[in-house]
Design a protein around this ligand. Structure first.
Ligand code: ATP
Length: 269
């Protein structure tokens, strides 16, 4: 469904040039849940911006259903880490969730129905009339997820979506996103620096090196579904997969990445 071939991205030029991504190649199949792990500054957000058409790669291609990307595609919705900056504080929850639908020229009744379904999916039906600042951080992130879902994308891109909430809320949101995936069949591409989270959620974990990033390897996650925060994480296979990803991350890349970068990624604090 989504193919990234030899993606390379350098910001600026000359003395100011920052090579964020050296060479990324990966594919995401329809309905798959792919997690991307990589150290801080590895270029994960840069990659997602290239995938949702907000940034032009310096070289390489991104194709969606066989068509090269040329600007933001209507098939993709994104959820970012910082919900406080992605929600409009002067709009109600309902209006925030319905915002991207206005550009798709849907009727008011259709928009309202989609917003209601999306709010229900994230358990916020009774909060549609509130403002974001009246909600907890975890609830605000659920609003951001609902906004992505209301858009009915083929692919949902999630950039460290649970990084700004406490551990219990994070676990709840992880389970929410798994439930949404089961209910809707939407393809998920989620970036995280948390190995446990990646293994818990994914069908496949793509491991990125430190900047300038390359794909170090891909790990197939053959854990049974439905997954559970307690029983899945107690499985010996979960520990094996976790160790496999950690070993990859600790192995220096072939280019000039430093061990310091690698130490920033790892087990949940
Ligand atoms: N607009 C920009 N101009 C110049 N350099 C940039 C720009 N955006 C990002 N960079 C640099 O590119 C590199 C990759 O940044 P990016 O935000 O993609 O990494 P990341 O893996 O998402 O990091 P984190 O996990 O900390 O969010 C960093 O060194 C960053 O400083």
């Amino acid at each position: 469904m989504l193919t990234v071939s030899n993606l390379q991205k350098t910001y600026g030029s000359g003395d100011q040039a920052v090579e964020a991504i050296r060479d990324l190649t990966l594919t995401v199949d329809k309905g798959e849940f792919v997690c991307i792990v990589g150290p801080s500054g590895a270029g994960k957000s840069t990659m997602l911006k290239c995938l949702c058409g907000l940034l032009q790669p310096s070289s390489g291609t991104v194709t969606l259903n066989g068509v090269p990307l040329n600007g933001p595609p209507k098939e993709i919705a994104s959820v970012f880490q910082d919900y406080s900056r992605s929600l409009m504080p002067w709009f109600t929850v309902r209006r925030n969730v319905g915002l991207p639908l206005r550009n798709r020229h849907r009727s008011a009744a259709d928009r309202a129905a989609r917003v209601a379904t999306a709010l229900e999916a994230v358990g916020l039906t009774s909060f549609g009339g509130r403002y974001p600042w009246q909600l907890s951080g975890g609830m605000q992130q659920r609003v951001a997820i609902a906004r992505g879902l209301a858009y009915a994308p083929e692919i949902l891109l999630l950039d460290e979506p649970f990084a700004s909430v406490d551990a219990q809320t994070r676990a709840d949101l992880e389970d929410l996103i798994l439930r949404v995936r089961d209910d809707t069949g939407v393809t998920m591409l989620l970036v995280t620096h948390d190995i446990d989270e990646a293994v818990y959620l994914a069908d496949r974990v793509v491991v990125m090196s430190a900047r300038p990033s390359v794909v170090l390897d891909t790990v197939e996650v053959d854990l049974p579904r439905p997954r559970d925060q307690v029983t899945t994480k107690q499985l010996p296979r979960f520990a094996e997969l976790r160790a496999q990803v950690l070993t990859l991350i600790r192995r220096p890349a072939h280019h000039d990445s430093t061990p310091d970068h690698h130490s920033k990624i790892g087990e949940r604090r």
